[in-house]
Design a protein around this ligand. Structure first.
Ligand code: DGL
Length: 271
C-alpha cells in the first residue's frame, strides 16, 4: 500500500457510549483533514461501574470491529476503557499508534501543575483502577494525586443539566476533598466532564482544568505526524458514527457532545 492510501485511512475512535464524541470534536478541530470512524457502545453503556473483565471483553469486540474498518490509528476516548483495558488494545493493535485519554491527561497535568498537587475526577472504575495516579507517578514520582469518583455527573450531563443548580451542588460536594488538598490542577478524567467546564471553572476558581479530549487530540496529531500518517490533503473528510443501539434522544445528546450535526449514524450490534 502506498503512503497516500495509508494516510487517507480513518482514525478509529471509541467509547462506551456518546461521551467519546467530546474527543471526536477535539480531533475534528485539531486535525480537520482526517477521516474518522467512531464506535460508541450505547447498548451497554455505562462502563464506569463495570468490572475489569467485562470491560476487557467488550473492548476486544469494539477493537475487532474498528480494525475491520481499516483504521490507521486507534484513539481510546473512554477513560474507563483506557484505565482497565488500554494494554489489551495495544496488544491487539500491533504497531498501529494507539492514543488514550489517560496518558495524554497525565502528561498535560504535569505540564500544568505548579505546586505538584493534582486532582482527578472520573468514574468509579477509573478511580479504583488508580490508572491516572500510576500514569502521573511513572512520569513524576513526587507528584501528589488525589482522585474522586463522581458517579452522578454522567447522568446529569446526559440530561443536559450543564448549568443546573443540582449539578452545581453535586460538583461542589465532589470537589470539596480535592480543594481541601489544595490541588492547583484538575484532570477531567471522564468523557462527559468537558461539558461541565464553565461550571467547574466557577466552582474551582484557582484551579487549572485539564481537558483530556483536547490533550488527546494534540497527542494524536503528534503521533500521526511521527508515523508519517497525517492526512494533509482531504478538505472534505468522511465521518462515520457506529453505535450498538440507537436509544431515544441519541441524536440530540450526541450532537450536544459533538457540537455539530451527525449525518451518518449506523447500528452495529456487537457480541
Ligand atoms: N466514557 C466513560 C468514561 O470516560 C463515561 C461513561 C461510562 O461510564 O461509560 O469514563
Amino acid at each position: 500500500m502506498d503512503s497516500n492510501s495509508n494516510q487517507s485511512r480513518p482514525i478509529g475512535v471509541f467509547d462506551s457510549g456518546v461521551g467519546g464524541l467530546t474527543v471526536v470534536r477535539a480531533l475534528m478541530e485539531r486535525l480537520p483533514m482526517e477521516n474518522i470512524v467512531y464506535f460508541g457502545d450505547t447498548a451497554r453503556v455505562p462502563y464506569g461501574m463495570k468490572s475489569r473483565s467485562t470491560i476487557e471483553t467488550f473492548t476486544a469486540q469494539i477493537v475487532d470491529f474498528l480494525l475491520s474498518q481499516d483504521v490507521k490509528a486507534l484513539v481510546i476516548a473512554c477513560n474507563t476503557i483506557a484505565a482497565v483495558a488500554g494494554h489489551k488494545v495495544r496488544q491487539a493493535a500491533g504497531n498501529m499508534p494507539v492514543l488514550d485519554v489517560i496518558a495524554a491527561g497525565a502528561e498535560a497535568a504535569l505540564a500544568t501543575t505548579r505546586n505538584g498537587h493534582i486532582g482527578v475526577i472520573a468514574t468509579a472504575t477509573t478511580v479504583n483502577s488508580n490508572a491516572y495516579a500510576r500514569a502521573i507517578h511513572s512520569r513524576h514520582p513526587d507528584a501528589r494525586v488525589q482522585s474522586q469518583s463522581c458517579p452522578l455527573l454522567v447522568p446529569l450531563v446526559e440530561e443536559g443539566w450543564l448549568g443546573h443548580e443540582v449539578t452545581r451542588l453535586t460538583v461542589r460536594e465532589y470537589l470539596k476533598p480535592l480543594l481541601a488538598e489544595r490541588i492547583d490542577t484538575l484532570v477531567l478524567g471522564c468523557t462527559h466532564y468537558p461539558l461541565l467546564k464553565p461550571l467547574l471553572r466557577q466552582e474551582a476558581q484557582e484551579v487549572e482544568l485539564v481537558d483530556s479530549a483536547l490533550t488527546t487530540a494534540e497527542a494524536a496529531a503528534r503521533a500521526l505526524a511521527d508515523a508519517g500518517l497525517l492526512n494533509s490533503a482531504n478538505p472534505a473528510p468522511d465521518y462515520r458514527f457506529y453505535v450498538s443501539d440507537i436509544p431515544l434522544r441519541f441524536r440530540t445528546i450526541g450532537e450536544r457532545f459533538l457540537g455539530r450535526s451527525m449525518d451518518q449514524i449506523e447500528m452495529m450490534p456487537l457480541g
